[in-house]
Ligand binder design. Structure first.
Ligand code: AMP
Ligand code: MN
Ligand code: MN
Ligand code: MN
Length: 277
């Protein structure tokens, strides 16, 4: 059994189409897959159809951008109904905000002598309103302003860097509510990656619990056994279910693991997928 409940396609900032994602996951031995594009569910129908052909168990997912106590965090929704209006309204609002943020970032880049980032980044995105910082980074690379993506984030786009802007994403509670309204489970994505103090992490987990949050990713991207044991203990402590995902965007990318493959969760975990059957 090989399970991957977090990955991206060209609908957000991944390199493969939804169909290609499912085929590669299948080729890698995956038996249960969720596609979780940022703030958009437009890839799920295509992925579902391909999963039926491959015989993979497919779960509808989404990764929602949230502002929590001044930080950006990501909440994954799994097993959602894609026609839920409350959820779709929330996602549409988030995408509209992305265009406003792009305008602000482009203005800052223009002051540094880098023009055309607004139109240029949109041109690289599958959906204009689903433009991510990855698309802006690609624009900067394509136009010779930086050599690689990591440099684009280090120099311009990373949080607190010269052309970053503070952005207001969704509220934590409205996000959990919308996922539940759509019949799904709400999961804190990659908690290991937020660079939180022990106190801040406690606050995040208890706020999420108070909002009715269901689970955390005990494995995401490239964890080691020690990381997984740590987060398994935290899940147990807060009464969260456990999830796992590669966060695959493209081969060899920042933070992501191999598509379709996740290590086994520690035996104390209560896996989210037990609720999918
Ligand atoms: P956004 O949601 O538009 O702010 O874009 C965030 C996306 O950019 C994340 O989902 C990652 O895929 C990518 N990203 C964030 N930080 C970095 C980084 N330091 N290097 C490369 N990619 C990054
Ligand atoms: Mn991403
Ligand atoms: Mn994320
Ligand atoms: Mn992700």
């Amino acid at each position: 059994m090989s399970i991957d409940l977090h990955c991206h396609s060209t609908i957000s900032d991944g390199a493969l189409t939804p169909e290609q994602v499912v085929r590669l996951a299948h080729a890698n031995g995956c038996t249960m897959l969720a596609l979780t594009d940022h703030d958009h569910t437009a890839g799920l129908a295509e992925a579902n159809a391909q999963a039926q052909q491959c015989g993979i168990n497919f779960i509808n997912g989404v990764e929602i951008s949230v502002s929590w106590r001044g930080r950006t965090i990501h909440i994954v929704g799994l097993n959602i109904a894609t026609d839920d209006l409350l959820l779709q309204n929330l996602l549409a609002q988030l995408r509209a905000g992305r265009l406003q943020r792009l305008r602000a970032i482009s203005d800052k880049l223009a002051k540094k002598g880098i023009s055309g980032a607004y139109e240029g980044s949109i041109a690289l995105a599958t959906h204009a309103e689903m433009v991510t910082r990855t698309h802006i980074a690609d624009y900067l690379i394509n136009n010779g302003h930086v050599r690689k993506k990591a440099d684009a984030f280090r120099k311009f786009l990373g949080d607190g860097k010269s052309c970053s802007v503070r952005h207001q994403w969704a509220e934590l509670s409205e996000t959990v509510n919308a996922i539940h309204h759509a019949g799904g489970l709400a999961i804190i994505a990659h908690p290991i990656r937020y660079d939180l103090s022990a106190t801040a992490r406690r606050n995040l987990f208890s706020d999420f619990k108070d909002c009715g949050g269901d689970a955390i990713e005990v494995h995401s991207g490239r964890t080691n056994l020690n990381d997984r044991l740590n987060y398994a203990l935290l899940a147990q402590h807060y009464g969260f279910l456990a999830s796992c995902g590669s966060d695959f965007h493209r081969e060899g990318d920042y933070g992501g693991g191999q598509l379709g493959k996740c290590p086994e969760l520690p035996p104390t975990c209560k896996p989210v997928w037990n609720l999918f059957r």
